[in-house]
Design a protein around this ligand. Structure first.
Ligand code: S3P
Length: 425
């Protein structure tokens, strides 16, 4: 797959189902009574890892592309898995499933790929241990492989040091198995899909400001859920539509939950021509069609409370910044260092290789836009979002852009290159 500069980029697309919502649909369906049906499920490697973990615990799940049926067995219906669960590359699977596994009467263990084995799990080990869980990093390095379960949990209030929906969701899911009310306060509100969806399944769950709380031992009932398109996948086409010449794109059916939609505000702050059409609520989540076209972008500062709402989009926002006039400063985003790759390092390395003016900082980067980009071979570090962000950069670069691993979008967007190619023709 080689990308070259495009003359125009036009068309109408849909993007695959939201990854966060797809994971949660499978997990919550598995621990509910009755059938859960997901339409628009993300058939990517990460969400398949979640399905296979629950199948390994005796849950009957049928999957035909983006249509998934889960035969839930209730809060206490999981069987002990015969082997170590394989979470693949998925941080969401690892951290959310740990909240469920910690509350089971059996001990289980999980592990994933080389990237997962480097990602910090102390952030879930600490609150789960406070709840009375047995949970241990088997190599004593605060990372997977993890072993957990077999103890009765008790409710806690947890002041999370990080704004992380994975940590918040892990504690709330463990709270399902604890007596009383479990609550989590975050420094800044992170994505709230767990709160919205678990409430739909019948949990007594509330959010007030920075705190989410859940009452233990509810009766959860299977649901029918329409999974909207993932704004993190739409982000590549939003960025491409803004920075390519002669671009006009309509991206249909995208989740625009305010706890996820920071890229829309940033695109507008940078002078982007972007509008939301046909705004509606689907399965409790805000959804819209997004129309973007070629724009003259200028730099801006991206910091503070908006960061968790666009954390996964920062690689492609950095690409937008390199195509903008003036300076963009990204701050308060140290979490980028603990994603599928160290995204401060991997974004700056690749942008520099393309000729951009970018400086890595401790909690972000500074990009001086306007330098002409040159094609190169992108070092993906097997990170799906690095490959796709730099495919967008390749659309405005001179020469050819290719990838040391072009398969990694399979994690969240298996047909990314096909969709992109369709818009080029
Ligand atoms: C996710 C939360 C975010 C995000 C990840 C998905 C989720 O991670 O980066 O891609 O589905 O809860 P953190 O909770 O670590 O910020």
């Amino acid at each position: 797959m080689a990308i070259t500069k495009v003359k125009s980029l036009k068309g109408e697309i849909t993007v695959p189902g939201d990854k966060s919502i797809s994971h949660r649909g499978v997990m919550f369906g598995a621990i509910s009574d009755g059938i859960t049906e997901l339409n628009g499920f993300l058939d990517g490697a990460d969400c398949r890892s979640t399905i296979s973990c629950f199948r390994a615990m005796g849950i009957d799940i049928s999957q035909e592309k983006d249509h998934v049926i889960i035969h839930g067995k209730g809060l206490h219906g999981l069987n002990a898995p015969a082997n170590m669960l394989d979470v693949g590359n998925s941080g969401t699977t690892t951290r959310l499933i740990s909240g469920i596994l910690a509350g089971q009467p059996f001990v289980s263990s999980l592990n994933g790929d080389a990237s997962i084995q480097k990602r910090p799990m102390g952030r879930i080990i600490t609150p789960l241990s406070e709840m009375g869980a047995y949970i241990r990093s088997l190599k004593d390095n605060g990372c997977a492989p993890l072993e957990m379960g077999g103890k009765q949990l008790h409710s806690i209030h947890y002041d999370s040091p990080v704004a992380s929906a994975q940590v918040k969701s892990c504690v709330l899911l463990a709270g399902l198995y604890a007596d009383g009310i479990t609550s989590v306060t975050e420094p800044v509100v992170s994505r709230n899909h767990t709160e919205l969806m678990l409430s739909g399944f019948g949990a007594d769950i509330k959010s007030e400001g920075l705190t989410a709380s859940i009452v233990g031992n509810p009766k959860l009932l299977g649901q029918k859920i329409a999974v909207p398109g993932d704004i993190s996948s739409a982000a590549y086409f939003i960025a491409a539509g803004l920075i390519c010449d002669n671009a006009d794109l309509l991206i249909k059916n995208v989740n625009t939950n305010p706890t996820r939609a920071g890229i829309i505000k940033v695109a507008k702050d940078m002078g982007g021509k972007l509008e939301l059409l046909n705004e509606r609520i689907v399965s409790g989540e805000p959804v819209a069609d997004i129309h973007v076209c070629t724009s003259s972008l200028h730099g801006c500062e991206i910091s503070g409370d908006i960061i968790p709402t666009l954390i996964d989009e920062l690689p492609v926002i950095a690409v937008m910044a390199s195509a903008a006039t003036g300076t963009t400063i990204i701050k308060d985003a140290a979490e980028l260092k603990v994603k599928e790759s160290d995204r401060i390092a991997t974004v700056t390395e690749n942008l520099k290789a393309m000729g951009a003016d970018v400086t890595a900082t401790d909690d972000g980067m500074i990009i001086v836009g306007g330098k002409e980009l040159q094609g190169t071979t992108i070092k993906t570090y097997k990170d799906h979002r690095i490959a796709m962000a730099f495919a967008v950069a390749g659309l405005i670069a001179n020469g050819k852009t290719d990838f040391d691993d072009e398969k990694c979008p399979v994690i969240s967007y298996p047909n990314f290159f096909e969709t992109l190619n369709r818009l080029l023709s």
